[in-house]
Design a protein around this ligand. Structure first.
Ligand code: 7TS
Length: 409
């Protein structure tokens, strides 16, 4: 059974919306792909941790230390369930998607890559899932290969199979494009990768909040996402890795928390995930992340998706009706992200003018410069919708865009 979400009810869970924009207009937040807002229970969980449980983790013995460890490790179990990982050992906390990708590039791919080898990514990767691989290829004299996309922003997967060979040592692909909204058929991509025994990383930064993730059913080797895009805090993120790979991987940061034994001559390291979590971790962030996952699970991802689908349909129709407006990214399967341009105005002008109406969108290349280069444009304005958005928000956007058209003719 699914129920349509009521965005007006949901908005009440988010204290940030109780304030007005300086213009006196309501806050119309259409930038959730950059970061989602935080419900009160996430804020409370972080407060509560500092007020009631603050101590360092994994040092046990005293009451508060135990509480802090329970909080931190409890979140690991919650994340394990959230993405259906087989073991808690497969969940590594990082500071976000970017750090997770870099960790796999250094700790895993770097160890396996030789001169002449290849790494495959897609044409729509966020810079976070591009530059770490590009730098790695440069260090190893390896080649970065790109799965092309067509004009609609759909990956041309018929070309993937022939791109893959015994030289391909790693594939890294985004689940949902942050600039185009395309939902990639990652289960198919994973199958193609595994048919040739190639490990694959999935960037779930834009999907973890809304789409069901099952790392065992998908059989992906690595999956990464950020707490702050799933209604949780900044500064905490997740790297999922198959246990066999995490065992093989080398740590890249060294210090406390990650060792088994240390002498001046030699040190040995703990098992995963501790091996990758040197230093005091983001315990308050973990407290917030657990509450965020709880919040999503209470709403239900199926309900969330229905809401976003309806909203995307409405927004696409309303924006599509504006003269001179072009939408970039028209794949068959899309998440609630719409990149667009007006004939008459630059993306930054659009964002600046509609901000005066209380409407927040992102303008720029969205950390996907190759996507902008593909379309031959410097930037787009991007609307990204979430659970607290309603049709009224889209109506406000359309009204604000009318004023842009008035100014620029
Ligand atoms: N991958 C994707 C698909 C993303 O959308 C982002 C952030 C990242 C990786 C990096 O995540 P981080 O938490 O490590 O920064 N995307 C955006 C965006 O679209 N606007 O601001 C950040």
């Amino acid at each position: 059974m699914s129920n349509m979400l009521d965005p007006y009810q949901i908005k009440k869970d988010f204290p940030i919306f109780s304030q007005a924009h300086p213009s006196g207009k309501p806050l119309t937040y259409l930038d959730s792909a950059a970061t989602t807002q935080k419900p009160q229970i996430v804020i409370n969980a972080m407060h509560g941790y500092y007020e009631k449980s603050n101590a360092n983790v994994h040092r046990g013995i005293h009451h508060l230390g135990n509480r802090a460890t329970l909080t931190y490790e409890g979140t690991r179990a919650k994340v394990q369930n959230f993405i259906h990982a087989r073991s808690r050992k497969e969940i590594v906390f990082t500071k976000g998607t970017t750090e997770s990708v870099n960790l796999v590039a250094y700790g895993f791919a770097e160890q396996r890559l030789n001169e002449g080898d290849e790494i495959v990514i897609s044409a729509m990767e966020h810079h976070s899932n591009l530059i770490p691989w590009q730098m790695l290829c440069r260090r190893k004299k390896a080649k970065l290969r790109i799965i092309p996309m067509d004009e609609s922003g759909t990956l041309q997967l018929d070309q993937l199979d022939e791109m893959l060979s015994e030289r391909t040592k790693m594939i890294a692909v985004v689940h949902i494009s942050n600039s185009l909204g395309t939902i990639n058929p990652i289960e198919d991509i994973i199958k193609l990768a595994h048919a040739k025994d190639i490990p694959i990383l999935i960037d779930a930064a834009q999907s973890a909040a809304y789409y069901d993730i099952d790392v065992q059913a998908w059989d992906c080797d690595f999956l990464v996402f950020s707490g702050h895009k799933v209604f949780g805090p900044t500064g905490i993120g997740v790297l999922y890795g198959k246990e066999k790979w995490l065992e093989e991987m080398v740590p890249w940061q060294f210090g406390g928390e990650m060792i088994r034994s240390v002498s001046f001559e030699e040190s040995t390291f703990a098992e995963s995930p501790q091996k990758f979590e040197a230093g005091t971790p983001n315990i308050a962030g973990a407290a917030g992340l657990a509450a965020a996952i709880q919040y999503i699970e209470t709403l239900g991802k199926e309900n969330i998706r229905q809401h976003l689908k309806a909203l995307l349909g409405y927004a696409t129709a309303q924006l599509g009706a504006i003269e001179g407006l072009r939408i970039y990214g028209n794949a068959d399967k899309k998440s609630a992200i719409i990149s667009f341009m007006l004939e008459s105005a630059h993306a930054h002008d659009i964002a600046t003018i509609i901000d005066n109406h209380g409407v927040a969108v992102r303008a720029g290349h969205h950390c996907t410069q190759p996507v902008m280069a593909f379309y031959g444009i410097p930037a787009t304005a991007r609307v990204s919708l979430s659970i607290y958005n309603s049709r009224e928000d889209i109506d406000r956007l359309v009204e604000a865009l009318e004023s842009v058209r008035l100014i620029f003719g």
